[in-house]
Ligand binder design. Structure first.
Ligand SMILES: [Zn+2]
Length: 138
């Protein structure tokens, strides 16, 4: 995807319960400040053409992040979980891009190292919890 990074395919892991659309996750479009640059956060339906093959993406040229807010009826994963993880993933892409780490990261032909992005997106809540418990978070 030009000017953006498409997140990995939604995964059927982390299964807790069947998704009911809009039940607990607030999926309201809003603006978010990424290191001083305003991005539009747009939650979209899984039927949106741009989210047909991925759960979300960050488009640095349009300064926007798109995240899927619905999944097909036969999806058995925990959609709230996937939305939260996707959002953290795409925000990290935007943070890296806006801090100057855009293309050619890790000498790839373009884009970021997805393993690292996923590692942060998944580990950050756990790290934050420990930092807060130990009161060592600035
Ligand atoms: Zn990604």
């Amino acid at each position: 995807m030009p000017g953006g990074m498409c997140s990995l395919q939604p995964r059927p892991d982390g299964i807790r319960q069947k998704w009911e659309v809009g039940k607990s996750m607030v999926t309201k479009n809003r603006k978010i400040n990424i290191l001083g640059t305003v991005y539009d956060l747009e939650y979209k339906l899984h039927t949106s053409e741009d989210l047909e093959n991925c759960s979300g993406y960050a488009d640095y040229t349009k300064k926007m992040i798109a995240v899927r807010k619905t999944y097909p009826d036969d999806y058995s994963g925990d959609v709230d979980y996937v939305i939260r993880e996707t959002l953290r993933h795409e925000i990290l892409h935007a943070f890296l891009y806006e801090s100057g780490l855009g293309d050619n990261w890790e000498h790839k032909s373009m884009g970021h190292e997805e393993t690292l992005i996923d590692w942060f997106a998944i580990q950050y809540p756990k790290l934050r919890k420990i930092y807060q418990e130990l009161e060592c978070e600035d």
